[in-house]
Design a protein around this ligand. Structure first.
Ligand SMILES: [Zn+2]
Length: 433
């Protein structure tokens, strides 16, 4: 049971949406933030039954929102299920998770969307928001019943994992989705240009003798989609931008007022294709890790707002699917529990501004998904993350809530740990002491 009154004492509260970055007390009462300010907790802390949380140097952030995660239920519960996925989310500071529809079966119907929503609600942890398919079976042909899907709880549509290749289908999808104000999330990949590809096409793929996935396979789709979004006046969102070219096209489109948004993953901000040297299957992702020039462009685009948000693309896989030949290995890595410490490492190094990283993990994705914006201000829903920026820990399989541990960051020491996550005033994760 949550305490009636919870007082965070002397925390550094960081909420770019409210222009807040200050050491304050934050008082939570009955699921909402009641007061924010210096010494605001003096009196509430003395109330009977009040819980006081004080931790030297700790930060308090709005609850994080992930626009792109693979929770694998229904159908591949040996990799992850709703329970373990939401537990991993809460441990990573996420109060809201949007789940991609490439499950087995694909989430392309009201019944599956309703099942996912009901299951998540019954667990009562982090909130789950399904993203439904754009086309039936994600086959890129017939459109799904988007009115039904939205009514059942879908916050967006996407064929993620597959690209909507046909221009005619994409045009109709944008037109149809816009009548329900649903964003269309595109996995931008020209599959003909990436047939048989194992990694980014460049010097490293040549060295390893692996077939390459050229940047233009992404850029060409993004360029076309931007034109379609402009023509249809629909909301278009680019999943996992990975190339310098995508950032250029997006910047130009936004400059002309087209309703395009984009996300980038932590791994595309952190790693280059050279991480694949040694055929490390943990680094096999889709889209692939690119080159240093792309990483620089992605960081710059995130910093200046060309890229709106950071999404994990949490993609759990079992050992069976990763401990094999590179060509046979599944694509993707987990991300929910590692996102915040890894990105704050980049902030520490001066590569990204803290306020942009926090906004890109909170208000920006919430806005795209049409969710209430998490915020640290009087009256807001108490979706909060207490974070210790100094605590060091080593990423290890045993520490992860996810059922899977496919990440190249295993064994790495990171700085910064989530101590407490709360959704609507109720703790959904507390770090073991
Ligand atoms: Zn994708």
């Amino acid at each position: 049971m949550a305490a009636e009154i919870l007082v965070f004492r002397n925390v550094r509260a960081v909420d770019p949406g409210s222009g807040l970055d200050d050491v304050v007390d934050v008082v939570v009462e009955r699921g909402r933030i009641a007061r924010v300010g210096r010494a605001a907790g003096d009196e509430p802390a003395r109330a009977s039954g009040a819980r006081v949380v004080e931790r030297a140097g700790a930060w308090l952030l709005p609850g994080l929102v992930d626009l792109h995660a693979h929770v694998r239920e229904p159908g591949q519960e040996y990799k992850e299920d709703i329970r373990s996925g939401l537990a991993a989310a809460a441990a990573g500071g996420f109060t809201d998770v949007c789940a991609m529809p490439n499950t087995r079966p694909v989430n392309d119907t009201r019944a599956i969307t309703e099942m996912i929503v009901a299951k998540a609600r019954s667990l009562g942890g982090a909130r789950l928001h399904p993203i439904a398919a754009i086309t039936v079976g994600q086959r890129g042909e017939a459109l799904t019943e988007m009115a039904d899907l939205k009514d059942a709880g879908a916050v967006a549509v996407s064929d993620d994992g597959r690209c909507v290749t046909s221009s005619a289908v994409m045009r109709r999808a944008l037109e149809y989705a816009s009548t329900f104000d649903l964003p269309v999330i595109q996995h931008a990949e020209d599959h003909e240009l990436t047939a048989g590809a194992q990694m980014h096409e460049g010097a490293t793929s040549a060295l390893l003798g692996l077939r390459g996935w050229p940047r233009v396979a992404e850029d060409a789709i993004v360029a076309r989609d931007v034109l379609l979004a402009e023509y249809t006046r629909a909301r278009y969102h680019l999943a996992h931008a990975s190339t310098e070219g995508s950032t250029r096209i997006l910047r130009e489109a936004k400059g002309r007022g087209i309703a395009v948004t984009a996300e980038v993953t932590p791994h595309h901000l952190l790693l280059t294709d050279e991480a694949v040297l040694g055929y490390d299957t943990a680094c096999k992702v889709n889209p692939p890790l690119r080159e240093a020039s792309d990483v620089e462009a992605l960081r710059a685009a995130l910093a200046d707002g060309t890229i709106d948000c950071i999404a994990t693309d949490h993609a759990p896989h079992s050992a069976l699917e990763k401990e094999c030949e590179f060509a046979e290995a599944a694509t993707g890595m987990i991300g929910l529990e590692l996102c915040l410490p890894l990105l704050l490492g980049l902030v520490d190094e001066g590569k990204l501004p803290l306020a942009r990283v926090i906004a890109a993990l909170t208000s920006a994705p919430a806005k795209i998904a049409g969710l209430p914006s998490p915020s640290i201000r009087d009256g807001a829903r108490a979706d909060l993350v207490l974070f210790d920026p100094q605590e060091r820990w080593i990423i290890a399989k045993e520490r992860l809530r996810s059922k899977s541990s496919n990440t190249p960051f295993l064994g790495r020491e990171v700085k910064g740990r989530v101590i407490l996550t709360m959704a609507s005033g109720a703790p959904i994760f507390e770090a073991p002491r």
